[in-house]
Design a protein around this ligand. Structure first.
Ligand code: UFG
Length: 328
C-alpha cells in the first residue's frame, strides 16, 4: 500500500515524503512543479501534473494501491491571496474538490490535510486553541477553511476520514541537509534573513515595530519542518487505528519576535545582518502562538527540534550548501 502525497515536491511536502520513507512507507508524489522542485523529490515516483487533472488522478489510483492521501498541493502566500483571490479558490478549493471526488470514486477513505493558522484570523486569545473562532482575514485562510469544511461534510456523507493540521510558522530544513526551503520569490522571514547573511540582499526589512508586543515587532511560533513531517505520519497512524477525524494545531507554543529571530540568525551565522524598520505588512496579526496540547496528547506528537537555534542552524546548513536554492 502506498501514500499519495500531493505537493510532495514543495517545502513541507518534500520533507514529509522523506520522513515517511524513512519510516518504511511507500510514497507516490503528485506535483505540478509550479512551486515545487524536482530535486526535492528523493527516492520515489513523481507524477508531474496538476491536481485538477482528473485523468492523472484516475491513473494514479488505478496504478497504485493508495491507502491514504496527504494533501499539501496549494498556493500558500497570504499577501498574494489578497491580490489574486480567484487563483486561490481555483487552485486550492477546486484542486481539493477534484482530489476528494476522485478519492471517493476510488474508495480511498483517509486524508491528512495541510491547513494553517491563517484559518483563525486575528486571534482573540493566546495561545490559540483548535476550538477558537475561525474568522480568516485573507483568501488563503478562507480557502483552507473551506476545504476543512468540505472534508467534514465528506466524512458525514461518504465516511472519508480526515485529519486537518493547522501549521504555525514552518521553518528549518532536513538536519542532514538533503533538502531545504526554496521559494521564488522568497517571502518568509528566516530564508530572507539567511539571504542577507549570504550577501544576496542588503538588509532585512522588519515590517513594523509598533505592534503591541514586547519589542514592537510581530511574534510568531516557529516549528521545525521535520516536526511537521512527524505530525503527518502520526496523524495517518491515528486515522488507521481509530478511523476518527480531527483538527490539530502544530506549533511549539513559544513566540519569537522578528527582532529576536534576526538576533538568533546573527549568532548562528556569525554575520552582521543589517536590519531596517519599514511599514507594517498588510494583514499581519501582532502575535500568533499555538497551543499544541491536543496534538501532543492525542497524536503523541513530540517535536524533536523545538529550539529556535537548532531550527535556524539546520536552515543555515542547507542555505550555505545551496546558496541559489535548487538551481544549479
Ligand atoms: N517579516 C518581516 N520581514 C520580512 C518577512 C517577514 O518582518 O522580510 C515578518 C512578517 O511581517 C511576520 C513574520 O516576519 O510578522 C513572519 O513572516 P512570514 O512571511 O515568514 O510568515 P507568516 O507569519 O506571514 O505566514 C506563515 C505562512 C503562512 C501561514 C502563517 C500562519 O507563510 O502560510 O505562517 O501563521 F498562514
Amino acid at each position: 500500500m502506498a501514500i499519495l502525497v500531493t505537493g510532495g515536491a514543495g517545502y513541507i511536502g518534500s520533507h514529509t515524503a522523506l520522513y515517511l520513507q524513512e519510516k518504511g512507507e511507500e510514497v507516490i508524489i503528485l506535483d505540478n512543479l509550479e512551486k515545487g522542485h524536482e530535486e526535492a523529490v528523493l527516492g520515489t515516483k513523481l507524477y508531474r501534473s496538476d491536481l485538477r487533472n482528473e485523468d492523472v488522478l484516475d491513473e494514479i489510483f488505478r496504478a497504485h494501491h493508495i491507502s491514504s492521501v496527504i494533501h499539501f498541493a496549494a498556493n500558500s502566500l497570504v499577501g498574494e491571496s489578497v491580490e489574486q483571490p480567484l487563483e486561490y479558490y481555483d487552485n486550492n478549493v477546486i484542486g481539493s474538490y477534484t482530489l476528494v471526488k476522485k478519492m471517493v470514486e476510488h474508495g480511498v477513505k483517509k486524508i491528512v490535510f495541510s491547513s494553517t493558522a491563517a484559518t483563525y484570523g486575528e486571534p482573540k486569545s493566546i495561545p490559540i486553541l483548535e476550538s477558537d473562532p475561525t474568522i480568516p482575514t485573507n483568501p488563503y485562510g478562507e480557502t483552507k477553511l473551506a476545504i476543512e469544511k468540505m472534508l467534514k461534510w465528506a466524512d458525514e456523507a461518504y465516511g472519508l476520514k480526515s485529519v486537518c493540521l493547522r501549521y504555525f510558522n514552518a521553518a528549518g530544513a532536513d538536519p542532514l541537509g538533503r533538502i531545504g526551503e526554496d521559494h521564488t520569490p522568497e517571502s518568509h522571514l528566516i530564508p530572507i534573513i539567511l539571504q542577507v547573511a549570504l550577501g544576496q540582499r542588503e538588509n532585512i526589512k522588519i515590517f513594523g515595530d509598533d505592534y503591541q508586543t514586547e519589542d514592537g515587532s510581530c511574534v510568531r511560533d516557529y516549528i521545525h519542518v521535520m516536526d511537521l513531517a512527524q505530525a503527518h505520519y502520526l496523524a495517518l497512524k491515528k486515522l488507521e487505528e481509530t478511523n476518527e477525524s480531527g483538527i490539530y494545531n502544530l506549533g511549539n507554543g513559544t513566540g519569537f519576535s522578528v527582532k529576536q529571530v534576526i538576533e538568533v540568525c546573527r549568532t548562528i551565522t556569525e554575520k552582521e545582518i543589517p536590519a531596517v524598520i519599514t511599514e507594517r505588512r498588510a494583514g499581519d496579526p501582532a502575535t500568533l502562538i499555538a497551543s499544541s496540547q491536543k496534538a501532543k496528547e492525542q497524536l503523541q506528537w513530540e517535536p524533536q527540534y523545538p529550539n529556535l537555534e537548532e531550527i535556524i542552524s539546520h536552515a543555515w546548513y542547507w542555505h550555505q550548501a545551496n546558496p541559489s536554492g535548487y538551481k544549479k
